[in-house]
Design a protein around this ligand. Structure first.
Ligand code: GLY
Length: 390
């Protein structure tokens, strides 16, 4: 081979090895450009976007909404990425709409809401006022911890659909995600109580929420006096014994995140076991974006859930750093699918980035729609894979 051929071959290899990164960088840039329309609209309307229905914007529900931190979190990610003050101004404007919810002790989703927005704001800007809000939210969240059960209660059982089902102390698999707020609170304050509660919740959930095959129940209801399990059931899945896709995604992300903070090997093994369940499941599509439930009866005609795919992609990018197994290629597959015409809206009129998520099929809510949290985790995954940081 002459020198020219060798140089040409080496250049070809370099281009090939760079290709996926460039691809995701372009996707990130395109996402930022597209989300500017949503930024203008949300600032103009002084409202917090959640989804769309029949072409109309759906704002976060009043007086409280578990998704209300995702759009400001998205704005913070884009502020960090671009340095454009408009993203910071939008994040700050939207956060004002729900900041008072930091004191709510009636719901477990404070981690989702405040870590992904105010927590991110503090980590990016170092501004102490964001830290104070975040710690207030962490203090509200830990009031829901019951030492007898070893868990933070997810939903209150008052005169609602939960009480009609006879539940006493429901804990949902999603709740693992709220632990990130507590681990961060421990990191900031050094106060052991935040970490102890997070670890206790993670351990109880590992013991009680999972089946032999590594799949997770959606809801475990406990006896709050004895800590015994009353029942293992579902709210958003197809059936009590099915594997609701977003629940599996929360579990995967949750234990990967627990390993990040604790370096406890059992969390790493749990994340790998959950990955094994997903990846070996005969109903897991080759393109990586799961059906809304692994046991949906109408597979292959069942709806996909882009949000579950985005969460899994982000989690696998992180897990790949810790594990001896290869997960980055799994994340790449999902990102390629989510970025394809089938899932990725390229129209500013759609406002959001991703189509085809499902909120809750059993409740008839948000069927095959865009969702603010699908976009949040898609963007997070693109940032993680292009910046090689978390
Ligand atoms: N945490 C609620 C959901 O995943 O739908």
């Amino acid at each position: 081979m002459n020198l020219f051929r060798i140089t040409a071959f080496l250049s070809f290899l370099i281009i090939l090895s760079c290709a996926p990164k460039e691809n995701n960088t372009t996707r990130l840039k395109e996402s930022e450009l597209q989300l500017r329309a949503l930024r203008e609209l949300s600032v103009k309307e002084n409202n917090n976007p959640r989804s769309t229905k029949d072409g109309e914007m759906v704002w976060t529900h009043q007086p409280y909404d578990w998704t209300e931190g995702f759009w400001s979190g998205t704005c913070w990610m884009l502020y960090e990425e671009t340095g454009d003050e408009k993203w910071r101004e939008a994040a700050e404007a939207i956060q004002k709409l729900y900041v008072d919810h930091k004191d709510l002790t009636t719901d477990h989703d404070l981690g989702f809401i405040f870590n992904n927005s105010f927590g991110k704001a503090f980590r990016i800007t170092g501004d102490e006022q964001y830290k104070a809000v975040m710690l207030d939210a962490a203090n509200s969240l830990i009031t829901r911890f019951n030492p007898q059960v070893g868990c933070i209660q997810s939903w209150d059982v008052i005169d609602n659909w939960q009480s009609k089902r006879g539940w006493s102390f429901p804990v949902i698999i999603d709740n693992l995600m709220n632990l990130e707020l507590l681990f961060e609170a421990f990191k900031i304050t050094g106060d052991q109580k935040y970490k102890d509660i997070a670890v206790a919740h993670a351990n109880t959930t590992m013991k009680e929420h999972f089946r032999e095959d590594g799949s997770s129940y959606h809801v475990v209801d406990y006896n709050p006096e004895t800590g015994a399990v009353n029942s293992r059931i579902t709210a958003q899945g197809y059936a009590d014994e099915s594997a609701w896709a977003r629940g599996q995604a929360w579990a995967l992300y949750g234990y990967t995140m627990c390993y990040r903070y604790t370096k406890d090997e059992k969390y790493l093994k749990m994340a790998e076991k959950i990955s094994g369940f997903i990846l070996s499941h005969p109903n897991y599509p080759e393109d990586g974006v799961p059906y809304w439930d692994f046991n949906a009866p109408d597979i292959p005609n069942a709806l996909r859930d882009a949000s579950a795919g985005a969460i899994m992609a982000s989690a696998w990018i992180e897990l790949d750093k810790y594990s001896d197994s290869e997960y980055l290629n799994r994340a790449e597959t999902i990102l390629n699918t989510l970025s394809s015409e089938k899932f990725r809206s390229k129209s500013e009129k759609d406002y959001f980035l991703l189509k085809h998520s499902v909120g809750s099929i059993p409740h008839g809510n948000e069927i095959d729609v865009p969702l603010n949290y699908a976009d949040y985790y898609y963007l997070e995954a693109l940032l993680r894979i292009t910046k090689k940081t978390l």
